[in-house]
Design a binder for this molecule. Structure first.
Ligand code: ATP
Ligand code: MG
Length: 475
């Protein structure tokens, strides 16, 4: 996981913080106005009354928590790990929140590195596992000195955030109520300051505080909302999803590299198809892949939608079977339709198909990366997957064997199979390549016997030296 995503963009939402510090508020205040957020009583669930057991917590996370505690600091598990353990799911990683300053954490662990510019975090490394330790974040009360470091840009986004605070303050600056539960290593209790436990029980995903403010501060929270709702099977609270259609365009200001990381978390963790449908439902997909969205909304047949759905479903099932997945294939699927359309247009201008495809891919990728970064190590294989597609039509002589030994053959073949499933190319073509791999020798290329698919290809051939022409060879 990258550093960038960890630099949250937090609220100083003063109204909320009043409620976090509710003990100081006269009682009546929290009752008077229904306009103001309701004061939520802080709840502590003792060890005997919740299901989190140390047996399910990573040993390394426990080591970190105990060492913090023994040095006199507060140490809590927080975020996805507490949420997932309470739901009986296996956490993806273990995050720790502490009262220790980053430098104090650093002094406690030899295997520790401080990261982040806006907000310093400690990464404590144990082999492959990194335990992320974050100091409690503060509200940035305007009367304290450090608050001056908090700066918003015009749209309300927080640009700098460097202030440390208390556990309660830390809680209200997190994104969703179910992500703001703490497991306290001192007594193994679970602490809830924001109503996360009832939401967890009800399966509700609710943004903490005023949703509009929180989305303006950090528009990526909209993508996180979709991701958690889909992944956990939670309903979004009405206030949480209502602003999305209006605020979606704010995603345009997010650095493409951060968007790339979010895209991977949406599409490569086993629930990509549902995430895709939900993103489209909320009008967010158009912000991520504008050209694909245009192709989807102007589609004449259902092909692009079917194709993307099949690609995502196949990626999901690979994830479920612990098979490797790559962003190259994901982006190839998501950008195929706009690339295909652009390539067709170039071909219509008389440009050779292979060159048209190359140019189209270049055009689509350069436009796309202004939204979502696509590191070269993924863009290059993605374009190769495209470029190998016409070569599947060349089934004569030594060509098939040559293609088989191409390092990108397997991904390109998988891509071809999806195209066939979605009805873009003949199923017979995909089957032929399947059989070639199974038998090791080239099956006969079906004769031009006037069956449906053949006829279609032959017709295209009249346009000149088409891709299909090569395949069919000299008559
Ligand atoms: P996952 O299962 O994907 O790891 P997670 O909830 O742990 O889910 P992380 O991205 O690991 O998500 O972040 C850890 C915690 O940090 C979150 O649960 C949340 O409390 C807080 N957090 C992360 N990003 C933001 C953000 N953009 N705004 C507010 N809080 C955030
Ligand atoms: Mg996490």
């Amino acid at each position: 996981m990258g550093v960038r995503e960890r630099e949250w963009y937090y609220t100083d939402a003063p109204d909320l913080l009043k409620f976090a510090a509710k003990k100081r508020l006269p009682r009546e205040r929290s009752r008077v106005s229904s306009q103001e957020p309701q004061a939520i009583p802080a709840v502590t669930i003792p060890r005997a009354e919740h299901s989190i057991s140390r047996a399910n917590i990573s040993e390394n996370a426990l080591k970190v928590l105990y060492r913090l505690k023994n040095a006199g600091f507060e140490g809590h598990l927080v975020g996805g790990s507490v949420r997932d353990l309470l739901l009986g799911r296996e956490p993806k990683d273990f995050d720790v929140a502490t009262s220790a300053r980053p430098e104090e954490v650093e002094a406690l662990f030899r295997n520790c590195r401080l990261i982040g510019r806006r907000f310093r975090l400690a990464h404590v490394r144990f082999g492959d596992e990194i335990i992320e330790v974050a100091t409690f974040r503060a509200s940035g009360a305007p009367d304290n000195d450090e608050a001056a470091q908090l700066a918003h840009d015009e749209s309300g986004r927080i640009l700098r955030d460097n202030i440390y605070g208390t556990l309660e303050e830390d809680a209200v600056r997190r994104d969703f109520t179910v992500n703001a539960l703490y497991y306290d290593i001192r007594d193994f209790s679970v602490k809830d300051f924001v109503g996360g436990l009832p939401d967890l029980r009800a399966g509700v995903l609710r943004l903490i505080g005023d949703a509009r403010t929180r989305y303006r501060e950090d528009p990526v929270r909209m993508l996180r909302a979709v991701r958690f709702a889909v992944k956990l099977g939670f309903k979004m609270h009405p206030g949480t999803d209502a602003p999305m259609s209006e605020y979606g365009p704010l995603l345009a200001d997010i650095p493409p590299a951060r968007m790339f990381e979010e895209i991977l978390k949406l599409f490569l963790y086993g629930f990509g198809l549902q995430a895709f449908e939900a993103l489209r439902h909320y009008g967010l997909f158009a912000q991520l892949f504008p050209r694909t969205e245009t192709a989807l909304t102007t589609e004449e047949q259902s092909f692009p939608h079917v194709f993307i759905a099949k690609a995502l479903a196949s990626t999901d099932s690979r994830v479920q079977q612990d098979m490797p997945v790559t962003p190259a294939f994901l982006f190839a699927a998501l950008l195929w339709e706009p690339t295909r359309l652009a390539s067709q247009q170039l071909e219509a201008q008389g440009i050779h198909p292979a060159e048209a495809l190359r140019r189209a891919a270049h055009e689509v990728v350069s436009e796309q990366i202004s939204r979502v970064a696509l590191p070269r190590r993924f863009a290059t294989p993605m374009v190769e997957i495209y470029q190998l597609q016409p070569r599947f039509l060349q089934r004569q002589g030594k060509r098939p064997q040559r293609l088989l030994s191409h390092p990108r053959f397997r991904a390109a073949y998988d891509f071809l199979v999806l195209r066939a499933q979605a009805g873009e190319v003949d199923q017979e073509l995909a089957d032929w390549w399947t059989q070639l791999q199974a038998d090791g020798s080239a099956p006969e290329v079906p004769a031009l016997d006037g069956t449906e698919p053949r006829r279609r290809r032959r017709r295209r051939r009249r346009g000149g030296r088409g891709r299909a022409g090569v395949e069919q060879g000299p008559a």
